[in-house]
Ligand binder design. Structure first.
Ligand code: FES
Length: 72
């Protein structure tokens, strides 16, 4: 596993996020376009209705996301 294989990021309401589905992105867990060198793998695109924290990890080669409200 690389150093950035788990952690958390804040996401903003209404903004599109492309999540890396290939595990090769330098910006993991977000897609950086590296998947274009691979056949048939696309990022997962999501939008959120509010600002949130997203905890991410990679288990068995698959991205795992856990979404939580930001404590104010
Ligand atoms: S770089 Fe991994 S899906 Fe785009």
């Amino acid at each position: 596993m690389s150093n950035n294989s788990e952690g958390k990021i804040k996401v903003e309401a209404g903004k599109r996020y492309s999540w890396c589905n290939c595990g090769k992105s330098e910006k993991y867990p977000l897609c950086d376009g590296t998947h274009r060198e691979l056949d048939g793998i696309e990022p997962v695109r999501t939008w959120f209705h509010e600002d949130l924290e997203v905890f991410f990890s990679r288990e068995n080669g698959k991205l795992q996301l856990k979404v939580e409200k930001i404590e104010k």
